[in-house]
Each structure stands twice: as C-alpha cells, then as structure tokens.
Design a protein around this ligand. Structure first.
Ligand code: FAD
Ligand code: NAI
Length: 466
C-alpha cells in the first residue's frame, strides 16, 4: 500500500498549488483527480477558457468597431467560431500540460479516480470499477464547486446552458437570455454580445454584481447598456418552456406579480456556485459541513476530522482561483510547521469585461455599515492622458481611506486593464499603506496607473489633472 505525507483530493488551483508547495517543503505528495484532465474548474471550464474567449471576442469587436477610427482600414472581420473554439482549446491544453509538468517536476504522484475519505490517514481512490486505498499522514480536500441550479429549469448544455455549455456553443445565439447579473453572466454575456448575440440579463436583486461597490456597479451597468446589454433587475425567471423554434422564459418581478414571456435561443443559468463534496464520504468519515454545505474548517484549515484539511471553493470565502491558491500554499506551510496565512482583507476581485472592473478591500457600503469614517478620492479616466490618446476613457479609480489614519481600506476601478492595475493597491494594503504613500510614489507617464496616483492625491483633495 502506497503511503504519503499528504494526499490532496482535487487538482484545481487550490489542490495542485497545495501539492507543489508541500513537495517544495519536502513532503511526499499525491494528488487524486476524477476528471480526465488536471487543473479543475479554473483550467478546464472556468477562468482560462472564459478568458480565451473574452480575448478573442474583444479582438473581433476591436477589428469591427475600433480599427477604422485609428486609421487602420480592414475589411469587415468574419467570425470563424470553430477556429475561435480551437484557440480556446489550445489555451486549455497548454495550461493543463503545464500542471502535468509541475506534478512531474515536483515528483507528485497523480492518482486518477474519485477520492473518498475512509477516515484519518486513509483515502480510497476508485476508477473504472477498481479501487485502491492509499495511506497518508494528512489529507487536503480541494474538490471545488459546481453550478447552482434553478428548480424547474433543466440544464441540457445545448439550449439551456450553465457556464460550461456557454463556453462551447456551436453557433452565436440570436437572443441570449442570462439569469443572474454576476461575474459569469457579465463576462460570458460580453463574449456572445461581441460576437453578435442580443443579450438580456434577468437579475433577482435591484443591482448588478452584488458585493461590488454600489457606485461602481451603477456606472458599469450604464456602460454595459451603452454597449447594448439589456437588464431586467428585480426580476426572476420562474420557468423556461422549449418549442422547436425558441425558448420561452417566464419572467416575474422578484416580489411576485404579473409574469411576462421572453423569447430566447439560448438561456444561460449563472446564479452562483455551490461547494462540491459528492462521493467524498464526508458524513461517514466525520467531516462536518456548515449550514451552506461547505466543509467546516478552523482558522488553520483543519476540518472536524484529525489530519483532514480543506481549501478553495469547497470552504467559505470568495470562490476565486487565487484565493484557493493562497489557501493551498498556506495549508502546506502549516503542515510543514510554518506559519502559513491568508490575508482575507486583501483578496482582489476582477471582472474581465471591457472595460474591466477590479476591486480590493472594503466597499463604501461596507464602511458605512461598519460605521467607519472614510475619505473617498476619485479620478476619472477621462482626465488620464494615456486613456485620452487611446480613446478608452470609460471608468474611474476610487480609493477609500480611513478618515483618521489615511490607511487605504478599499480600491475600486472600472477601466481598461483594471485587473492588472489593482495589484499596486493590493501590495500597498498588504503593507498597511496610506493614500499619502500612494500619492507620493512616482508613477510612469503616460500610464493608466497614473489614475491611481491621482485618486490617492484626490483623497487629500489635491489631484493635479482634475
Ligand atoms: P476546482 O477548480 O473546482 O477543482 C476541484 C477539482 O476537484 C476538480 O478537478 C474536480 O474534478 C476534483 N474533484 C472533486 N471531487 C473529487 C473527488 N471526490 N475525487 C477526485 N477529484 C475530485 N476565478 C478567478 O479567480 N478568476 C476567474 O477569472 C474565474 N473565472 C471563472 C469562470 C467560470 C466560467 C467559472 C465557472 C469559474 C471561474 N472562476 C474564476 C472561479 C474558479 O474557477 C474557482 O474559484 C476555482 O477553480 C476554485 O479552485 P478549487 O481548487 O477550489 O476547485
Ligand atoms: P455570482 O454569485 O457572481 O452571481 C450570481 C447572480 O445571480 C447574483 O447577482 C444573484 O443575485 C443572481 N441570482 C441568484 N438567484 C437568482 C435568480 N433566481 N434569478 C435571477 N438572478 C439570480 O455567481 P456566478 O456569476 O454564477 O459565478 C459563480 C462564481 O464563479 C462566483 O462566485 C465568482 O466568484 C466565480 N467567478 C469568478 C470570475 C472572476 O473572478 N472573473 C469569473 C466567473 C466566475
């Protein structure tokens, strides 16, 4: 019987990163994966394929709408959807191979099959009707999440799709109805809208992107509407009927009332994700779940069963790949006797649309609710030189700083490349920096990042270019 220091169940960004770090720290490690390929949701049907399609569709749209105004004359671009899907697949394959390489390089055994915890130190791995039991000092559960479903709306991944089906549609839908104005709805809605679909988003709440700063969400909604998105907020889809020609969705006000029927060619259900623990045998083994079905852990990722830990989407916190990765590193370091740690106050969130939306730390709503006195410094990209010459001036940077100490508590950006720009705010916040620190840091000219420096100056009411 094989014995290990650590067996990680699941090879998403949480699991494979945990395995690599544990191996670096001298542990004998195995990963268990039930999927045919490594990399989890993120590499196979999440972050990476969606970003490939976002990039390709953005290029298509630029060629269609932006080249001419820069004096670049090309004939109207033609969409070759199979080739675009092939571009996406090449990206997936490249990244999956990268994880396989990392497993080999770090001498991590890959056990293909479904992992089940039999008790402390024992994992059963089953595939094709055969099973083996491996012994290990510690186990990390990194089994991720699955799509949340809507009662009465059957996902067939052809016409009624989850994000997985929406990443592989065979043709551009004439009308795409999206249920849920969260990250997936707005990213994948952008992909298909750029490629020609009419997009309507039905959202239960009276705003888009719950959890993001309210002002950012309002402005972002206006930008998306200008692009052609239609929103039906405060509404819910109660059922979808299919006939041979179209899908007929019944949409009602969230609080109840008269229903209307909206026609669509494809319906995308993206109302969140749920922790995935099927087949792990947690109940029998004595691993407790919380009231939302997530694996219950303490501050050191330990579950209720000795020697069993959990990280990533299957535990509480934002369902983000980089959060899972950082938890993977932290738990490996804890198991090696080090002080592994994740700073949950500084986890950036990015929506990879055009423009992008990025955010780290507290929103204005959260600060108000907590009764924290703050100063806001805001700077629009219309006043940023580089954005002006590129004619990409949508959006702004907003910095929220403690009114007494000037410590930066939150940074929110809408704008091109906002997802890259957020990281200087993350570093600043990780070191407990102030708006004044940022304002006094020299920023290269001409860059979009100068808008961050200007927003920091605006906290002290002394922005230069506004
Ligand atoms: P997962 O990546 O879900 O991996 C879990 C793995 O465990 C899977 O491979 C699964 O097969 C395996 N597994 C489960 N049970 C067992 C078992 N019993 N035995 C063996 N193997 C098992 N996040 C971002 O940060 N940025 C993005 O841009 C982004 N885009 C996304 C786009 C989409 C369309 C979706 C759906 C998600 C996106 N996410 C994004 C979220 C991100 O994918 C997840 O937060 C991340 O994958 C979580 O990592 P994880 O390691 O916890 O789990
Ligand atoms: P989400 O939680 O971001 O958004 C779901 C939306 O659906 C919310 O606005 C919610 O109010 C709404 N909703 C819920 N029930 C509804 C109903 N019955 N009718 C209408 N609206 C309803 O979830 P989403 O977009 O499915 O994404 C899942 C997870 O994947 C997120 O937690 C996110 O963190 C992650 N992800 C991250 C990305 C990124 O970092 N760029 C990209 C894509 C996904």
């Amino acid at each position: 019987m094989a014995t290990y220091d650590l067996v990680v169940i699941g090879t998403g960004p949480g699991g494979y990163v945990c395995a690599v770090r544990a191996s670096q720290l001298g542990m004998k490690v195995a990963v268990v994966e039930k999927n045919a390929t490594l990399g989890g949701t993120c590499l196979n049907v999440g972050c990476m394929p969606s970003k490939a399609l976002l990039h390709a569709s953005e290029m298509f749209e630029e060629a269609e709408h932006s080249f001419a105004k820069m004096g670049v004359s090309v004939s109207a671009p033609k969409l070759e959807l199979p080739a675009m899907m092939n571009f996406k697949q090449q990206g997936i394959d490249g990244n999956v191979k990268g994880v396989e390489f990392l497993m080999k390089k770090n001498k991590i055994d890959v056990l293909k099959g479904t992992g089940k915890i039999l008790g402390t130190g024992k994992v059963e791995v089953s595939a094709d009707g055969k099973s083996q039991v491996v012994e290990t000092k510690n186990i990390v559960i990194a089994t991720g999440s699955d799509i949340a479903r809507l009662k009465g709306i059957e996902i067939d991944e052809k016409r009624i799709v989850s994000s997985t089906g929406a990443l592989s549609l065979e043709k551009v839908p004439g009308k795409l109805l999206i249920i849920g104005a969260g990250v997936i709805g707005l990213e994948l809605g952008s992909v298909w809208h750029r490629l020609g679909a009419e997009v309507m988003v039905v959202e239960f709440l009276d705003r888009i992107l719950p959890g993001m700063d309210g002002e950012v969400a309002r402005q972002f909604q206006r930008i998306l509407e200008k692009q052609g998105f239609a929103f039906k907020l405060g509404s819910k889809v109660t059922g979808v009927e299919a006939n041979s020609k179209a899908l007929l969705a019944k949409v009602e006000p969230a609080a109840g009332g008269a229903a209307e029927t909206i026609e669509a060619d494809v319906v995308l259900v993206c109302i969140g994700r749920v922790p995935y623990t099927d087949g792990l045998g947690l109940k029998e083994a004595g691993v407790a779940l919380d009231n939302r079905g997530r694996v219950q852990i303490d501050a050191h990722f330990a579950t209720t069963l000795k020697g069993v830990y959990a990280i990533g989407d299957v535990v509480a916190g934002p369902m983000l790949a980089h959060k899972a990765e950082d938890e993977g590193v932290a738990v490996a370091e804890i198991l090696a006797g080090q002080a592994g740690h994740v700073n949950y106050d500084v986890i950036p969130g990015v929506v990879y649309t055009t423009p992008e939306v990025s955010s780290v730390g507290k929103t204005e709503e959260e600060l108000k609710q907590a009764g924290v006195a703050y100063t806001a410094g805001k700077f629009p990209f219309t006043a940023n030189g580089r954005s002006k010459v590129n004619q990409t001036t949508d959006g702004f940077v907003k910095i929220l700083a403690d009114a007494k100490t000037d410590r930066v508590l939150g940074v929110h950006i809408i704008g091109r490349e906002a997802g890259e720009m957020i990281h200087e705010a993350c570093v600043l916040m990780e070191f407990g920096g102030s708006a004044e620190d940022l304002a006094r840091t020299c920023h290269a000219h001409p860059t979009r990042s100068e808008a961050i420096k200007e927003a920091a100056l605006a906290v002290g009411k002394r922005a230069i270019h506004m």
